[in-house]
Design a protein around this ligand. Structure first.
Ligand SMILES: [Zn+2]
Ligand SMILES: [Zn+2]
Ligand SMILES: [Zn+2]
Length: 124
């Protein structure tokens, strides 16, 4: 999974939003769609299209505003009661975390399958 050196804005909600991708650290993994080691074109590509956690985050601007995403939650949540925002934020973070875990599990699964295939081929 490739990682990025980024610059971004730190919002009052605690989120860091990337404004500029400074450089990329290539993982050289053919199973990563973002790597230069990945074949291109890759038909029906099931490989990883997501970057790993940022290699570095440089805060170039700070604001007390909420980020766009949280601003949308705020608007939606306002009709249902203002006390709900923190739990919505927490939920949002858990979803992002689970997604990252799922991503890495899929990557491991891709490795295991290719190993098994290589073994099979070696014994034919
Ligand atoms: Zn990668
Ligand atoms: Zn692919
Ligand atoms: Zn936010």
């Amino acid at each position: 999974m490739c990682n990025l050196h980024t610059e971004g804005t730190k919002y009052g909600c605690g989120h860091y939003v990337i404004t500029r991708k400074v450089s990329k650290i290539d993982c050289n993994n053919p199973y990563c769609a973002l790597s230069r080691a990945h074949r291109n074109p890759c038909h029906g590509c099931m490989h990883d299209h997501y970057y790993g956690p940022d290699a570095s985050e440089t805060i170039t601007a700070r604001t007390s505003e909420f980020c766009d995403e949280c601003h949308a939650y705020w608007k939606v949540g306002a009709g249902r009661g203002r006390g709900r925002i923190p739990s919505v934020l927490l939920h949002h973070r858990i979803v992002v975390f689970l997604f990252a875990v799922l991503n890495s599990l899929l990557l491991i699964a891709a490795f295991d399958t290719s190993d098994a295939l290589l073994h099979m081929l070696a014994h034919v």
